[in-house]
Design a protein around this ligand. Structure first.
Ligand SMILES: Nc1ncnc2c1ncn2[C@@H]1O[C@H](COP(=O)(O)OP(=O)(O)OP(=O)(O)O)[C@@H](O)[C@H]1O
Ligand SMILES: [Zn+2]
Length: 729
């Protein structure tokens, strides 16, 4: 017998090993982990297949079998293989991406095994009103009667400690049994009943079939109650005894989101999977999902790879968000994969957004997805009123027009909240010398250093290079240094000074190192006190703050003139999302958009007609330019300290591909061209862009290319295939 194993190394193949000495072959099952010797290292591998023999001579035995039973079921193994093929990625790296770190390192799953308290036959026969004289015991009995057996962790989290359990056990009503891992308990919250659905919401929910594969796009304006739709669809799956998977953007998995879900589903087990968890907690959450114990799984992109044996529905919140696409390693899109998974599992998938990606919109408009809409805000909220503030010939104060400052002041004076959006953190994005023209550049990247005055350093936002803040020019020693432009720190100083009577809350990656920090920072805003919120795109999404009645977009022009064809789409999404934070409660919201190009047709379209019309216009442009989503696109990327080698590698790759499939109206090659960020961390970066009318042809070419590239690369060069690339940077 031969084990065919997926090993976490960058090679696109499986590896054959003999079973570990002494292991009964009857106990071999695909999906188990094994410890294997690999070169000089000891690695953790996953059994993909048991074969009768191997073409390779002299196989080594695996060291040990880690799992007595598989931790990947057949469906998830099939799914991982599909993803490896589609993204031209090594299968071992996909298994590694699927596993939480602790399991990737080979920790046995039973390390997190749990004790469960279960009712005896006698206990099950009691009415809920029994044990009325012992309140805690009664509460425990009722819980076990209504929700079934409970893990020790969950009972402790509810304040039902071991003495209460012991009392029930002594009465012979319950007993402990060993069982699977339970999810780490979430913060205790008051259960909150669901609001009455409005007609639009009800229509959307009724349109999503409860069973069988279906794909739907929910295009729902900001504040229209999309989250409520997700909750109802989840509930339906849960009541059918199924698991629900909700994927959210990286910054979307906040304690606030979790509280909202926990408050709705007090009787279900919720596993949250995100990078903020400690390794052990993450393994616990993953195992509870994979064993089918967790009913609801909420996670960021890699949660798509968690085996979910009872999966009944997949929901993707803010489906347009860039964080669903991994930008290094295995460059997968969790959003795109969710469709494949839903198809495999024969269940519905719903992608929701106020600002759908052009990819999803195209699928909806062409009938591949069901297109569902929520056109109105939920409850009493009205759409915000948007106006443009031209700033070209205006006397600005630290980047703000006088009427904008006046509006902020009036909003605060009325006891309401204002939100200022600045898409740039730090104090200033450039430090120059007024005498000799010196500019603070990153020595390793083709980028300027950002001044972070609070930390007294200059920092590269691409490679994290840091140098101490300088007060005289390193080149000519002049003291006339000039910080050009403003980031959040600088605006914070100015706004704090201008509105002394009100708290100014700055929200960006520097003030919110942990997810809890964001939650805490926003507390005054949630409590409804008048305050001024100031921040980057962390403020743009998901927050529901009813007292925010004014939103200021300090500079709307960012995406208008970029070399990245997706820049206007991203700009439109961001502006619409930020604007959507205004007036979500009973009070009407206003949005002020500062721009140097108030007449720009794209900006006009976005502000007057909204994102829907704007996106459809961009779609027409993509059609003419033969770009995604009308075409399939992949990038072959290469980077190297020696730019010539990267360029040469890609030129050869292009020659190789063109010999297989010459350029034609259906298949186009562009490049090699330098990436938008040409040099990063000391390496020069180039790409070759391939667009094709037929995805299948592109797939075939890329598969051949990856074989070719293994044998034709300089060892100091890094290359990657980026299928459905999202960034040209
Ligand atoms: N049917 C309803 N009746 C009353 N209030 C509702 C209803 N549905 C949702 N709401 C409330 O409306 C507010 C906005 O809803 P929600 O946050 O779900 O919107 P959303 O579409 O997810 O927003 P966004 O995409 O802008 O983040 C919430 O306070 C929610 O509780
Ligand atoms: Zn750098």
């Amino acid at each position: 017998m031969v084990l065919r194993l997926a090993i976490p190394v960058p090679l696109r193949r499986l590896f054959d090993y003999l079973p570990p000495a002494g292991l009964n072959p009857a106990n071999l099952q695909p999906g188990q982990r094994f410890q294997v010797p690999f070169g000089k290292r000891d690695l953790v591998a996953v059994l993909v297949e048991v074969a009768g023999d191997s073409p390779h001579a002299e196989l080594k035995p695996a060291t040990a079998c880690i799992d007595p039973t598989p931790i990947f079921d057949a469906r998830s193994r099939h799914f991982l293989q599909w993803a490896a093929d589609y993204y031209q990625a090594p299968i071992g790296e996909l298994y590694a991406a699927a596993l939480p770190v602790a399991l990737r390192r080979g920790k046995p799953a039973d390390h997190w095994a749990e004790q469960w308290l279960e009712l005896t036959t006698e206990g099950k026969g009691l009415p809920e009103t029994a044990l009325a004289r012992a309140k805690k015991q009664q509460a425990l009995l009722q819980l076990l009667l209504s929700s079934g057996r409970q893990s020790r962790t969950a009972l402790n989290a509810r304040g039902l400690n071991s003495s209460v359990c012991k009392a029930l056990i002594e009465r012979n009503l319950a007993h402990w049994v060993a069982g699977p891992t339970a999810p780490p308990p979430l913060e205790e919250v008051e259960p909150r009943p669901a609001p009455e659905l409005n007609d639009e919401q009800r229509h959307v929910i009724d349109s999503v079939p409860a069973t069988g594969f279906s794909a739907s796009l929910l295009e729902g304006t900001t504040g229209s109650g999309k989250t409520e739709v997700y909750l109802r669809l989840m509930e339906r799956a849960l009541r059918d005894g199924k698991q629900a998977l909700l994927l959210v953007p990286e910054i979307g998995l906040t304690p606030q989101t979790l509280r909202r879900i926990a408050a709705r589903f007090p009787d279900f087990r919720i596993a949250a999977l995100h990078s903020g968890l400690a390794d052990g907690e993450r393994a616990r959450a993953w195992l509870s999902a994979a064993s089918g114990v967790a009913d609801i799984v909420i996670g960021t992109r890699s949660a798509i790879f968690t085996p979910l044996p009872r999966l009944g529905i997949i929901l993707i919140d803010e489906e347009h968000d860039g964080s669903f696409k991994q930008q290094d390693g295995v460059r997968y899109s969790a959003r795109d994969l969710s469709l494949v998974l839903a198809k495999n599992a024969d269940i519905p998938v719903l992608l929701g957004s106020a600002t759908p990606s052009l990819e999803s919109l195209h699928n909806a408009l062409s009938g591949r997805y069901q297109h569902l809409r929520l056109r109105h805000r939920a409850g009493n909220a009205k759409p915000p009123q948007i106006s443009v503030v031209p700033i070209l010939h205006q006397q600005l104060q630290e980047g703000f027009a006088p009427q904008v400052l006046r509006h902020i002041g009036e909003t605060l004076a009325r006891g309401e909240q204002a939100l200022v959006f600045i898409n740039r953190r730090g104090y200033s994005p450039a430090l120059t010398c007024d005498d000799c023209g010196w500019l603070a550049d990153c020595p390793h990247c083709s980028a300027k250093l950002t001044l972070h005055r609070r930390q007294r350093h200059l920092r590269c936002h691409h490679c994290d290079y840091r140098m101490r803040e300088v007060h005289s020019c390193p080149q000519c020693h002049s003291r006339n240094l000039n910080a050009l432009g403003a980031g959040t720190e600088r605006s914070e100083d100015f706004l704090t000074h201008s509105f002394r009577d009100f708290p100014v809350i700055r929200v960006d990656r520097d003030t919110t190192a942990s997810k809890q920090a964001l939650d805490k920072l926003l507390e005054p805003a949630r409590n409804g006190e008048p305050c001024l919120l100031l921040g980057t795109q962390m403020l743009a999404k998901g927050h529901h703050l009813p007292k925010v009645t004014l939103v200021v977009i300090q500079d709307a022009d960012g995406g208008l003139f970029s070399a990245d064809f997706r820049a206007p789409e991203r700009m439109g999404q961001l502006l619409e999302q930020v604007a959507g934070r205004a007036g979500r409660g009973d009070l009407l919201g206003h949005v002020l958009v500062q721009s140097r190009y108030p007449e720009h047709p794209l900006l006009q379209l976005l502000l007057n007609k909204g994102y829907g019309a704007f996106a459809r216009q961009l779609m027409d442009e993509r059609k003419i330019a033969q770009l995604p989503p009308l075409r399939a696109m992949a990038l072959v990327r290469a980077e190297c300290e020696e730019p010539r080698w990267a360029e040469e590698f890609l030129a050869n790759a292009r020659d190789y591909l063109q010999a297989l499939a010459p350029p034609s109206p259906e298949l186009q090659y562009l490049g090699p061209v330098p990436a938008l960020l040409e040099r990063k961390s000391g390496r020069f970066r180039f790409y070759l862009q391939i667009t094709a009318e037929k995805r299948g042809l592109l797939q075939k070419l890329l598969a051949q290319l990856s074989q070719w590239a293994e044998g034709n690369r300089n060892r100091r060069l890094r290359w990657a295939i980026d299928m459905d690339a999202q960034e040209l940077s």
